[in-house]
Design a protein around this ligand. Structure first.
Ligand SMILES: Nc1ncnc2c1ncn2[C@@H]1O[C@H](COP(=O)(O)OP(=O)(O)OP(=O)(O)O)[C@@H](O)[C@H]1O
Length: 403
């Protein structure tokens, strides 16, 4: 394609004087250089543009691949033989023989939990079921919290006791009157206000096992796992009767239905359905009471608030001034507090703070005393602690960091 020098047509007339030839050639050369410069700029621009599109393409292909990836199901290996592995899917209990790669096979044994794809090929090995359960469930025989440890929630406590404690301690009274005790209690209110404490205290009072599960932990990536954990939760409760089942952050599995149809949402729905069906079988459940908690009451799906489910709603607000004073007193019971400490004043000066914030202030005040080589905690220490916590969390949500 490139022209050889011989092919190039000269821009001057044959026989023109040499000086004229040189000048014409020079002009031509300048023009070509300018053109070359322009072309190079254009090329650079085009390259940059190309790069941009290339990156966009990569991003989109990645997204596309992610979207196309089918959801994974959870299964348990039943048997390993020369043909592969026999697995049983959770949820539908279907058994299947599937091939496994030699590398994958190494870590597998009967009982291993695995994630399989749509065509039932083993994609990865999962943590042990017991490990998942331990992570998700906290089981405490008679927790060490009493009603006297809770400040400023008298009305709420009365209601919790009436709905949870009374049916456990005196079930006949409900038979005599001819009413069913409320099945589930839902505590709702801002974080760090004592919802978990109340559930623990009522379990302790009734000598029941406290079984806590966090809704957010139930929302797993694997199909069937959330629902199975809910079933397990109620099985553990049956094994430990009497028991108080406490489901924290219930909004994670019981939010209003969204319009999106992603597999994640469908899995959350399945988990919630399992919870509802466990709750609907409440009559046969004996001595198990259910308490749930949420900071996002507005988000809840109304289905869980139908009669026979969480039909007792108890609002647990931030404490008022009197409540804060009581909470200061509770959390300083074992502290060496100087005479100048005035809890009523501190309560006045800690508007809008939660019980968990008040507790954090007490601990931090103790740290001030230690840093200053003192064993007694003074009013100044408390004020310093309050200022520090409010500085660190200017929106007032101190509890997240310090509780
Ligand atoms: N009313 C209260 N009386 C005494 N202590 C409280 C009170 N509220 C909160 N606390 C202190 O704060 C800590 C955290 O409270 P708790 O876990 O019960 O809050 P919660 O409402 O369940 O919060 P979250 O919604 O964040 O789970 C408690 O262990 C306790 O020390």
């Amino acid at each position: 394609m490139t022209d050889t020098v011989d092919d190039v047509e000269m821009p001057y007339e044959e026989g023109a004087p040499q000086q004229e030839q040189i000048e014409t050639l020079q002009e031509e050369l300048d023009a070509l250089e300018r053109e070359n410069e322009e072309m190079r700029d254009k090329l650079l621009d085009a390259n940059a543009e190309n790069n941009k599109y290339q990156q966009k393409l990569e991003r989109l292909s990645h997204e596309n691949k992610k979207l196309k990836q089918s959801p994974l199901f959870v299964a348990t290996v039943q048997e390993l033989n020369e043909n592969g592995a026999i697995i049983k899917q959770h949820g539908n209990n279907q058994e299947a023989l599937t091939e496994v790669t030699p590398e994958m096979r190494e870590g597998l044994e009967p009982g291993s939990r695995v994630a399989v794809n749509n065509s039932l090929s083993v994609v990865k090995q999962l943590d042990d079921e017991a490990d998942v359960r331990a992570r998700v469930m906290q089981v405490e025989e008679s927790p060490d919290v009493g009603y006297e440890d809770i400040g400023g929630l008298d009305d709420q406590l009365r209601e919790v006791r009436e709905t949870v404690e009374l049916p456990m301690e005196n079930p006949d009274i409900f038979d005599d009157v001819g009413i069913r005790p409320p099945s589930g209690v839902l505590l709702h209110g801002p974080p760090g206000t004592g919802k978990t404490m109340m559930a623990k205290a009522v379990a302790a009072q009734t000598d029941a096992t406290f079984i806590k599960m966090a809704g957010s932990e139930l929302v797993h990536k694997f199909i069937g796992e959330g629902a199975k954990l809910v079933r397990d939760l109620f099985q553990v409760a049956r094994d430990h009767e009497p028991a108080v089942v406490f489901i924290d952050e219930i909004d994670a599995i019981a939010s209003k239905r969204t319009d999106s149809k992603t597999s994640g949402d469908a899995e959350v729905q399945r988990t919630m359905m399992q919870l509802l069906s466990e709750m609907d079988g409440f009559d046969e459940r004996g001595d198990i009471r259910i308490i749930a908690a949420t900071n996002r009451f507005d988000m809840l799906d109304r289905a869980i608030l139908r009669p026979g489910r969480f039909d007792r709603l108890i609002e647990v607000p931030k404490p008022n001034e009197e409540g804060r004073e009581l909470i200061f007193e509770i959390h300083t019971r074992n502290m060496n507090v100087a005479d100048d400490v005035d809890f009523a004043r501190l309560a006045e000066e800690t508007n809008e703070l939660s019980g968990a914030d008040v507790k954090a202030i007490c601990t931090e005040a103790g740290m001030y005393a230690i840093r200053n080589d003192r064993t007694q905690v003074t009013m100044d220490d408390f004020r310093h602690a309050r200022d520090k916590l409010q500085r660190d969390e200017p929106d007032g949500e101190v509890s997240k960091t310090f509780a």
